[in-house]
Design a protein around this ligand. Sequence first.
Ligand code: GLN
Length: 388
Amino acid sequence: MNPIFADQPTTIFEHMSGLARAHGAVNLGQGFPDFGWPEDVVAKAAEALTGGSNQYPPMRGLPELREAVADHYRAHQGLELGADQVIVTSGATEAIAAAIIALVSPGDEVVLFQPVYDSYLPMVRLAGGVPKLVRLTPPDWRISREMLAEAITDRTRLVLFNNPHNPTGRAFDAGEIALLAEACVRHDAVAVTDEVWEHVLFDGRAHRPLAAEPGMAERTVKIGSAGKIFSLTGWKVGWAVAPLGLAAAVANAHQYLTFTTAPNLQAAVAYGLRKEQAYFEAMRADFTEARDFLVRGLADAGYVVLPSEGTYFVAVDLAASGIGLDDATFCERAVKEAGVAAIPVSAFYAEDPVRTVIRLCFAKKRETLEAGLAALAKARVLLAGDAA
Ligand code: GLN
């Protein structure tokens, strides 16, 4: 077996969901909503399944979806894009893989930010890239000019940037985004921006696409996900958007991965992306309410919570909450002994992990959050006295 994959454990999401199933625990680990989905979008997919084509769609995606993605980003983020810049993929994870293997050659340096989403590093290594890790730390997970000056140099080929950020729940601010863009331009690096949480933002924040910064449109591959926009994580419909030259490179790699994505789902997503602003506002309001409910309950149970500015997630500082266990031990014991699954944030570090923070998903109906909170209160009582 290729050692890059032989040495990998099962992803932390699958591992914790498996334990949650085995122990009948409330699953606040893997990030997926449990409250349903927009019925009209699903109805469109059903219609397209019985009334439309079930053969291969065009390799870069259905024209109607590629148009819809370009129009959506023009309307919501002010980006000037053509449908010919859009490549539809089987989820954002595939788009990221295609972008990495298309753009990284052996020996190229790739800058990534820790905590780093689990699929990035194996793909960088597969491509023969040399990872350069920027280490972000709690409680503020802030990117500084010094960190970027050290990591991004003339040897940098690619910067892989996730914003809003999973697992921390941070939405990087205008100052951090500007610093990153300046560094990419100065060193002629390409940016791959995983912006799948672009609509899941709280407290009046607007999404800041890196591609909108000066000099970035021509060097950015922007990645998005219908799963996150429509609470349909199982559909695995995503896309990469890039200037034509970069788009051609990504398409050349993508044609040997999944090649195409279910046409019926693409048609439904094309319809969904044209929804009124009110849909997106209601979604944010619902997620905000769920976040606030979980955060209040956690505080009542004695947990110290870090701010969640976007994504489905909130981070809890175990050490500050008076819990001496490391995050992985806490999560293993909480799922087995208290009946609640969380994700240890140390799993997102390739080196020198922060071991005191766990991630909880609040994209859940009220009953799930209530049951999760009851189990977390139990976990705190049970585990607070124990040391690692
Ligand atoms: N993006 C999801 C999360 O962060 C996990 C997806 C997966 O299991 N690969 O929880």
